[in-house]
Design a protein around this ligand. Structure first.
Ligand code: NDP
Ligand code: 8X3
Length: 252
């Protein structure tokens, strides 16, 4: 029988690579995102390439009503979710606190923190019902160390770290694994979004070193779920070799 993975934010970057990885391992995939065209085209691509089923659900994780409508009553054949990957998220802007935009702060907190809570609240009942499951929250090195002009993005990822730890404790009786996967700089659409479409600025982020790629994170997520039932990776911080912590890079 095929296992089921549910991945939020699968229209690009980590989420897309993770879906491809699990699909290639013959898992049925529930993929989500706001960009309907991209999401459905990717779903078709997966169906063509792999002997699996794919459910693509278009919604905004910031809107609890949409989240519950889409996830809290999945069709019976999709209810047995084995793995939830809370990946949808973003940074907006890179400004000192005094120059920060409240609108950007709201969007980051609503997406990275509240969105993750809404999705998890909808999906956890499928796992507690069978006392089995695995939740992987995509945090960030920004949730481990605060860096200059990272303020609210860092805070949102510190919150993801705290929520991950809390979930692991509260879900213990249900034998549900909870993992934080916390990457450093990775070349996805992340910087293009952060710099609001400024492609030059986004490109500069990754100049002079080899960053992580989405495929690296997909391989690590796959490894995390491939361990035996009695083993749970709690917290996994991963950077490219040229990154020493949240701020120190060796650029050539
Ligand atoms: P991308 O921008 O490539 O992907 C982000 C994904 O999140 C997209 O699929 C996007 O889909 C989805 N998303 C964003 N906002 C919403 C929303 N409100 N509702 C539903 N889906 C949403 O970036 P990454 O793949 O890099 O980012 C994935 C996660 O990894 C994020 O949580 C990010 O903070 C984290 N991260 C990224 C790092 C990096 O350097 N790239 C490093 C560490 C962590 P759509 O726009 O279609 O809705
Ligand atoms: C993304 C990595 O360093 O831009 O979370 O915060 S960083």
């Amino acid at each position: 029988m095929h296992k089921i993975v549910l991945i939020t934010g699968a229209t690009s970057g980590f989420g897309k690579a993770i879906a491809e990885k699990f699909a290639s391992g013959n898992w049925n995939c529930i993929i989500t995102g706001r960009r309907a065209d991209k999401l459905h085209a990717f779903a078709d691509e997966l169906r063509e390439k792999y002997p699996i089923r794919v459910l693509s659900l278009v919604f905004d994780v910031q809107k609890n009503e949409e989240v519950q409508q889409n996830l809290s009553n999945l069709p019976d054949e999709w209810k047995d979710v084995d793995v939830l990957i809370n990946n949808a998220g973003l940074a907006l802007g890179r400004e000192t606190f005094d120059n920060g935009s409240i609108e950007d702060w709201d969007t980051m907190i609503d997406t990275n923190v509240k969105g993750l809570l809404y999705v998890t609240k909808a999906v956890v009942p499928y796992m507690t019902a069978k006392n089995r499951g695995h939740i992987i929250n995509i945090g960030s090195i920004a949730g481990k160390e605060v860096y200059e002009k990272g303020n609210v993005y860092c805070a949102s990822k510190f919150a993801v770290d705290a929520i991950t730890k809390a979930l692991r404790i509260d879900l213990l009786p249900h034998k549900i694994k909870v993992t934080a996967l916390q990457p450093g700089a990775a070349d996805t659409e992340f910087s293009l979004v952060r710099y609001k479409g400024d492609a030059d600025k986004a490109k500069q982020t990754y100049e002079g070193f080899t960053p992580l790629y989405a495929q690296d994170i997909a391989d690590i997520a796959w490894y995390c779920v491939s361990l035996p039932p009695h083993v749970c990776i709690n917290d996994l911080v991963v950077t490219c070799t040229a990154q020493g912590n949240a701020i120190n890079f060796y650029k050539e």
